[in-house]
Write a protein that binds this ligand. Sequence first.
Ligand code: AMP
Ligand code: MG
Length: 335
Amino acid sequence: MKKAFFTLSVLLIMAACQFPGRGPQMITIRGVVFGTYYSIIYYDEEARVLQEEIDSIFQDFNSSMSFYDPQSILSQVNRNDPVLVDEYFKAVFNRSKEISRETDGAFDATVFPLVNAWGFGVDQRASMTEEIVDSLMQFVGFEKIDLVDGRIVKYDERVQLDFNAIAKGYAADVIGHYLESIGVTAYMVEIGGDLIARGSKPDGSKWRIGLEIPAKDHDAQQEWHYFVEVYNQGLATSGDYRRYIKDDGKRYSHTIDPQTGYPVTHNLMSASVFAGDAMSADAYATAFMVMGLDKSIAFVEARDDLEAYFIFSDDSNGYGYYASSGLQLLSRDDL
Ligand code: AMP
Ligand code: MG
């Protein structure tokens, strides 16, 4: 899967302490996957270290959805090879389509030809013109593709998929389901800043995540100030706060607005989304980067199942933030 060069580091994962003596042991597994870092923390009575099982799940994900692996199901679909898709692909495709509909196409996994042309896919950035954008836009749109009996049906064979904006979250969910299937009830699985946390630690405390309060200006040091407890929730962050490509003095986001075909340019710098699972959080976070601050606030406030934390740039070269009304922010003094 694509390297997450441009994801931001709004989140700080609170390191838990080893639980001394008998009882569940805290196991931590860290590594690199999908071009980013992951960490998995769980409590287990039997102190099982599940590295091999986790590696095998990651391998299955790459075989299903990596656009760097020419043999992956996704690559075959994008080349129009006849292929039966697997369960991971189905789950991600179906949820992508739902969230695309809910967000009026702000999230759209058929955006790949644009992502690629703008230099965030497998190819070097083309020198983009209005004509190129318009020609690529002809085959972007979820209505141009379906999943029927385990096979992708395209109504325009130039349609290509990109699951980078949702697959990391889903991989975290799948590892969580695996841990539950073998009796682990308290865990946090985080991949490149997108995570799922379930259950409470043996001392009864919940998983805590730090949210950055944005610095006053672009070069100022990062500050960690607010914390949130994540209980049976997914959390994902999208954005280019502090990280982006600059070319000809212009700033290019890796999020593409599927309605215009251009990288987004508004003042929303990052969107952190809390949802029932990490896959949904991941997709909504990307959608919000397309929708911008005002629309995203309205969307989140109208939904009981979503909370969000937004960082935006203001007119004075500084940053501001917005926490949705259901989000319980804790300060250091509350901990
Ligand atoms: P994320 O970091 O989860 O926001 O995912 C960003 C990645 O999703 C980009 O690098 C692209 O590969 C892809 N992408 C860009 N724009 C969109 C969009 N509007 N809908 C879905 N995927 C997108
Ligand atoms: Mg995403």
